[in-house]
Design a protein around this ligand. Structure first.
Ligand SMILES: *[C@@H]1O[C@H](CO)[C@@H](O)[C@H](O)[C@H]1NC(C)=O
Ligand SMILES: *[C@@H]1O[C@H](CO)[C@@H](O)[C@H](O)[C@H]1NC(C)=O
Ligand SMILES: *[C@@H]1O[C@H](CO)[C@@H](O)[C@H](O)[C@H]1NC(C)=O
Ligand SMILES: *[C@@H]1O[C@H](CO)[C@@H](O)[C@H](O)[C@H]1NC(C)=O
Ligand SMILES: *[C@@H]1O[C@H](CO)[C@@H](O)[C@H](O)[C@H]1NC(C)=O
Length: 431
């Protein structure tokens, strides 16, 4: 009897050792499940690397990791991402974006009319109030649903992943806004199924962002505040996390605050400067577009340096050269009130959850506009502590969702998976 136990014991050790050496010396298993962030303005796909536990975000189009969430219908076919953006000026009616704002939502006729004013493409709704785009191409009129737009974006991401691992990709984990209801989640899954993908889990974007910082691994109870400031919207979520369990404690947002508003302020300032200098309003569309592109570049440059220079030729002003120096201080001055507005939904969620700001353990910044140094400073000053910024704020969500995909796919090393507890917290809108 005794020797039987010893033999059994030895064989168990042998199996364990084999596993250990396999883990150490065999090539890492190929990732089978990818993580997708289908964003309002940009979308990306990532994969979890076995053994190192690192996440790689794939390059999708000419070196770009994230692609614009834009799909265009043209005589030449369907274009996605940067290719769609490149032809948008010539084909504005058939260049579709903002699908995520419409997906799985029901609209009244009045709401559609109001929305229509903001977009160059045509919007309609079916008898249930489900919105679709109307495009005319090849002398034919098509109804394009938001999930079809999402599906085309996901297809491009899927093809990139398939090429990368040289085998078909069929399963993904996706992120969705925390406030999405079951219908919006359902239609997001439909978008994936149009691209031939099965969504094995959908996790909330703030949860994904927290996971990118490894905050799901904390054994003790943590309170995490996620601030997501994108191109046109601000979303704030308060999460309680313990041992991988996430509970949303509060959500608030402003859907009219983001990087575009900062650009608009600077553009208006420059138009005023040009008016003063030349005694004439700049109205030419092309010149204005060149100026708009420069404004975006100035904003990006001012995150790392304290001054930027604009130098453009104004075609509508006899090709005169317009030059301007813009300091970070000036940029901060003309946007001061907008930057401070970031604190409003933060205060609202804290009040809602009856928490003091000192009780927040971690602050996570998401979205390209949180790169603005003054925005970071304002948040840091409010809490008296530094927010988490080590992960690129535009890649935090796709990084987290890829970690979740790796865990579900059973990749080494084994880590704590995230579980989201159901909550009936509703988002508070502050505009
Ligand atoms: C994983 O990431 C770390 C930190 O960025 C880096 O130092 C390391 O080389 C990476 N490992 C692999 C296998 O890519
Ligand atoms: C329009 O027709 C051309 C030629 O038949 C075709 O290649 C293209 O895909 C069509 N465009 C769309 C959006 O279907
Ligand atoms: C797959 O993606 C990784 C991460 O971006 C990259 O380093 C690698 O070169 C890619 N491989 C192929 C075959 O595209
Ligand atoms: C989600 O979609 C499936 C089929 O696609 C349907 O059976 C189910 O009722 C939908 N759920 C909701 C909440 O819309
Ligand atoms: C932004 O920075 C780049 C690199 O330093 C520079 O080439 C470019 O001219 C700058 N643009 C503006 C508008 O400041």
């Amino acid at each position: 009897m005794g020797s039987a136990f010893i033999i059994l014991g030895t064989s168990i050790i042998a199996v364990l050792l084999a596993g250990y050496f396999a883990q150490k010396y065999l090539p890492p298993p190929k990732p089978k499940i990818f993580g997708i962030d289908l964003g309002t303005t940009y979308s990306c796909i990532g994969m979890y690397q076995a053994i190192s536990g690192n996440v790689s975000i794939l390059e999708v189009q000419n070196g770009h990791k994230c692609i614009p969430s834009v799909v265009a219908f043209s005589d030449g076919g369907i274009l996605v991402g940067y290719e769609a953006v490149a032809q948008s000026e010539h084909n504005p009616k058939n260049t579709l974006y903002d699908a995520k704002r419409f997906i799985g939502k029901v609209f009244t006729k009045q709401e559609i009319q109001t929305l229509q004013k903001r977009y160059p493409f045509k919007l309609e709704a079916d008898e249930y109030g489900m919105m679709y785009y109307v495009v005319a191409v090849n002398n034919t009129v098509y109804k394009i649903t938001p999930e079809m737009v999402g599906g085309n974006i996901i297809k491009l991401l899927r093809d990139t992943a398939t090429r990368n691992i040289s085998s078909p990709v069929t399963k993904v984990v996706m992120s969705v806004p925390a406030e999405f209801d079951s219908r919006q989640r359902n239609y997001t899954e439909k978008a994936a199924s149009i691209a031939g993908l099965d969504v094995i889990r959908a996790i909330n974007e703030p949860t994904a962002a927290a996971m990118a910082y490894g905050l799901h691994k904390h054994p003790s109870l943590q309170t995490i505040l996620v601030v997501d400031l994108g191109g046109g919207t601000l979303d704030v979520s308060l999460l309680m996390v313990q041992g991988g369990m996430f509970l949303t404690q509060g959500m608030a947002g402003n859907n009219q605050l983001g990087g575009q508003d900062f650009n608009q302020r600077l553009l208006q300032y420059l138009l005023n400067q040009i008016h003063k200098k030349y005694n004439k309003q700049l109205t030419d569309k092309e010149d204005k577009q060149v100026l708009r592109n420069q404004v975006e570049e100035v904003k990006l440059n001012l995150t790392s340096s304290d001054r930027a220079f604009i130098k453009i030729k104004l075609h509508s002003f006899d090709n005169q050269i317009y030059e301007e120096r813009i300091s970070r201080t000036l940029f901060e001055e003309i946007n001061k009130d907008l930057f401070f507005k970031v604190l409003e939904p933060i205060k609202t969620v804290l009040e809602f959850a009856e928490l003091d700001k000192n009780e927040v353990d971690e602050i996570v910044l998401v979205g390209g506009s949180t790169r603005v140094p003054k925005v970071r400073q304002i948040i840091k000053d409010f809490f008296g502590k530094k927010p988490n910024t080590a992960v690129d704020p535009e890649l935090a969500v796709v990084t987290g969702v890829s970690i979740q995909a790796g865990i579900i796919g059973g990749m080494w090393p084994l880590t704590v998976s995230a579980v989201e507890l159901p909550t009936n917290v509703k988002k508070i809108q502050i505009n």
